[in-house]
Design a binder for this molecule. Structure first.
Ligand SMILES: C[S@@+](CC[C@H](N)C(=O)[O-])C[C@H]1O[C@@H](n2cnc3c(N)ncnc32)[C@H](O)[C@@H]1O
Length: 294
């Protein structure tokens, strides 16, 4: 038996530990469902502004309402129902949105078409469309890109989902492979310091169900200090609807280390919100910019 076999066996055992302890290692493949969408559709309103600001943070100036001069090939990793993907396209860019949830992607295609955006068929390749948008069902760890994108974004805490740290590194490597030399990556996650001090607790939100009836959902947020993971539960009256979300919260230093290990050059300036304020312990977000080497 080689050392490699031993290592891979040890890793397999290690990977099973979270499940043995009652954690849900593949929670992400079922939790982002139609009920999650109902809760978070409210974020659509911010998408036009955020898409513009993301490009500004990356150094591309886009006047409000104007189509951009420079057409970029943009990859939106874990795009959900494409709220940013579509906005980038409306600003004149060629955009590919990738997500694991086929229903979200189908909705994204319909909405894009309704907004007059040209929608390329999903050919299962993570490449930029000729124009408009393309939506591809793909796991973010295995994008199999071939370096065609000017920009990649991963927005709204869509990183750190995997219990095995190596799998979160696979996401970064996978994104890196999709970028052209000097291509830029913007990663937007929760600020761990703010989450730990202020983000935990319980709150309620009223929703409308598919029959038009009002329902109440309670959001319970906690931090698992042993594993460094943010845990969020949405609790409904009907427990079969309950939603469980978790993700690794990384410090800025940890993220910089991971990005550098992947081969990125990390920008010296990191942001704490989409307005471009510098990152600090009280910032709502942690937004890191990195560039693939030339
Ligand atoms: C927090 S949502 C963010 C969606 C979008 N970026 C936004 O801002 O609206 C996370 C998204 O990640 C997707 N996702 C979860 N695991 C994934 C995986 N392994 N590969 C690709 N997408 C995944 C989910 O389906 C969901 O749409």
């Amino acid at each position: 038996m080689s050392v490699f076999d031993l290592t891979s066996k040890a890793r397999k055992v290690f990977n099973r530990i979270p499940a043995m302890l009652g954690y849900r290692p593949d929670w992400y493949s079922s939790s982002f469902n139609q009920d999650y969408e109902k809760i978070y559709r409210i974020t659509d309103d911010a998408a036009p502004r955020e898409a513009r600001q993301v490009l500004q943070l990356l150094g591309y100036r886009v006047p409000r309402g104007a189509r951009t001069q420079q057409q970029l090939a943009i990859l939106d990793v874990a795009c959900g129902w494409g709220r940013h993907t579509m906005q980038f396209a409306l600003n004149g860019h060629r955009v590919t949105g990738v997500d694991l949830n086929a229903e979200f992607l189908e909705e994204a295609r319909h909405e894009a078409a309704e907004n007059g955006i040209s929608v390329s068929p999903d050919d299962a390749k993570v490449t930029p469309p000729e124009s408009g948008v393309k939506f591809v069902k793909r796991d973010m760890r295995t994008l199999d890109g071939s370096g065609d994108f000017d920009v990649a974004v991963c927005l709204f805490t869509s990183f750190g989902y995997f219990s095995d740290p190596e799998e979160n590194m696979e996401v970064l490597r996978s994104v890196h492979d999709c970028l052209k030399p000097r291509g830029q990556f913007l990663l937007d996650v929760d600020n761990p310091e703010l989450y730990v001090t202020k983000g935990t607790g319980q709150s309620s939100q009223a929703l409308t169900d598919s029959n038009g009836e009002g329902i109440l959902v309670t959001k319970q947020s906690e931090f698992d200090f042993d594993r460094g993971r943010r845990i969020v539960r949405f609790v409904f009256d009907d427990p079969s609807l309950n939603i469980y979300l978790e993700c690794q919260l990384y410090t800025l230093e940890a993220l910089i280390g991971m990005l550098e290990d992947t081969g990125f050059v990390v920008s010296k300036t990191q942001y704490g919100n989409y307005d471009g304020q510098n990152y600090g312990s009280k910032s709502p977000r942690l937004i890191v910019k990195a560039r693939k080497r030339a």
